[in-house]
Design a protein around this ligand. Structure first.
Ligand SMILES: NC(=O)c1ccc[n+]([C@@H]2O[C@H](COP(=O)([O-])OP(=O)(O)OC[C@H]3O[C@@H](n4cnc5c(N)ncnc54)[C@H](O)[C@@H]3O)[C@@H](O)[C@H]2O)c1
Length: 86
């Protein structure tokens, strides 16, 4: 998981237990990290200050459209599982 310049890694559920540790680990490897979390279960205080925290849902297409543009790596740690959509 080498950093490739300005590319960004996205961690969904980044304010949760596992996601926040993954954010820390990616930052320690010099990744630029976006932590996406709707705070339905997690806490903003869990998110490393060196990450870009985005409060929003993985189900929100507008949020995703903005943050997926520079994203190269996506790690998915949201819980509970997202509801099925039509
Ligand atoms: N904790 C464990 O021991 C463990 C072990 C194996 C697997 N897992 C899996 O890892 C994942 C994360 O577990 P965890 O313990 O970190 O859970 P957690 O509840 O601490 O974190 C989940 C995060 O997802 C966020 N979230 C929920 N719905 C969201 C949405 N629609 N959009 C954005 N964010 C959303 C919550 O606010 C929360 O911060 C789960 O899928 C879990 O099954 C956990």
């Amino acid at each position: 998981m080498k950093n490739h310049g300005n590319e960004v890694s996205l961690v969904t559920g980044g304010a949760g237990f596992i996601g926040s540790h993954v954010v820390d680990h990616l930052l320690s490897m010099n990744h630029k990290v976006i932590a996406l979390d709707d705070l339905s279960g997690g806490f903003e205080r869990n998110v490393n200050k060196n990450a870009i925290f985005v409060k929003g849902s993985i189900l929100d297409n507008q949020v995703l459209a903005e943050i997926l543009i520079p994203t190269r790596l996506i790690m998915f740690f949201t819980w509970p599982l997202m509801p099925l959509r039509d």
